[in-house]
Design a protein around this ligand. Structure first.
Ligand code: ZN
Length: 345
């Protein structure tokens, strides 16, 4: 193949990784707000709007509690539906600039139900406006995964998932559901029946698992039918689990910088991403809450290439995995996979 004989060693790695067609599979809408967007939201809502410097300060924290406080300080400036339209549109623009052709993004109905004490419909409508406008302008497609907070309990998750199933009829871009939150306070097995119900309603199943607790959480997630696992950091502690993940090719939504910044992983060099890849697990690279972690998807691709010595061909494989593991229909998947394969030097 002639293109591969072209000068791979002469490529600018960052430019090449930016142009590499890829999908983002683990990203939280509320976690995509850039400081610039926060200033814009603050102008809408605060009597004395934040300066750019003050906005940037809000993204600095020392530990996990600090991170949660930061996240809250940023997201509490999301008030009305229009704010959601703005952050959605800006998110699509930022993704497109990193060479992301498709993204599957978590929306937390919990934040809307609990913090705003209101119905989700006007917010979903606004989010969809932002998505459609962004897709038209920048070409990056987005599907939504509605996630529930584990420690809010089964009843609340039922409310979230049933609303997702109901809204799917109007908004086919709602493709799946997931659970996040505190794994120690809500084992996935509690949600078994709800997962079965969601699957019967045509929704795809994901779960955050093995981020802050041990491998039993990942076993639980796959046992209730999760088709993709978010983080899966603790799988490395369980050889048998690693074998099952490899054999079944269950896609893992890996978030290296997130795991380090939240303290779930002690350092980049301790992260198992390369071990997983070399053990034949289905690894995808993702960014989680990028501005909160001082990263983005392109930054993650550059960092793992650098720190873990993935070759550029292996980076192409990671990008292909992200498309393969997406919930896109087969024809679109195939078209995107061809673009990944044909991407030259
Ligand atoms: Zn996450």
């Amino acid at each position: 193949m002639a293109r591969k004989q072209a000068k791979q060693e002469e490529v600018d790695v960052v430019d090449w990784l930016r142009g590499l067609p890829k999908a983002e599979l683990h990203l939280h809408l509320e976690g995509t707000i850039l400081p610039e967007t926060l200033v814009e939201l603050s102008r809408r809502h605060d009597a004395i709007p934040l300066t750019m410097d003050a906005a940037r300060e809000l993204y600095k924290y020392e530990d996990f509690i600090g991170f949660l406080m930061s996240f809250k300080a940023v997201t509490e400036r999301l008030r009305g539906p229009d704010d959601y339209e703005l952050i959605t549109y800006n998110m699509v623009r930022e993704l497109a600039a990193q060479g992301v052709l498709h993204a599957e993004v978590y929306i937390s109905f919990g934040i809307i139900y609990y913090w705003k004490k209101t119905e989700v419909e006007p917010y979903v409508e606004a989010i969809e406006r932002g998505r459609i406008r962004g897709e038209k302008e920048f070409g990056t497609t987005v599907l939504w995964i509605i996630d529930a907070v584990r420690h809010f309990g089964v009843e609340e998750a039922a409310r979230v998932f049933r609303k997702a199933a109901e809204l799917r009829a109007t908004y086919p871009s709602i493709v799946g559901i997931g659970i996040g939150g505190d794994e120690a306070r809500g084992g996935a097995n509690l949600f078994r029946e709800l997962y079965a119900e969601a699957r019967a309603a045509g929704l795809r199943l994901t779960a955050h698992a093995g981020e802050s607790v041990g491998p039993e959480s990942i076993w639980s997630a796959i046992n209730i039918g999760a088709e993709r696992v978010g983080h899966a950091l603790s799988a490395q502690q369980d050889r048998e689990l690693m074998d099952v993940l490899a054999e079944k090719q269950i896609p893992l939504e890996i978030n290296v910088t997130s795991n380090v910044k939240t303290g779930c992983c002690t350092g980049v060099d301790q992260h198992p991403v390369k071990l997983y890849f070399e053990s034949g697990l289905m690894v995808t690279i993702n960014s989680d809450d990028p501005p909160m972690f001082g990263s983005d998807l392109l930054g993650e691709y550059v960092m793992v290439h650098d720190r873990f010595e993935f070759s550029l061909e292996q980076m192409r494989e990671l990008a292909a995995n992200s498309v393969e593991a997406s919930f896109l229909p087969p024809d679109r998947k195939l078209a995107l996979l061809q673009r990944v394969e044909q991407y030259g030097w």
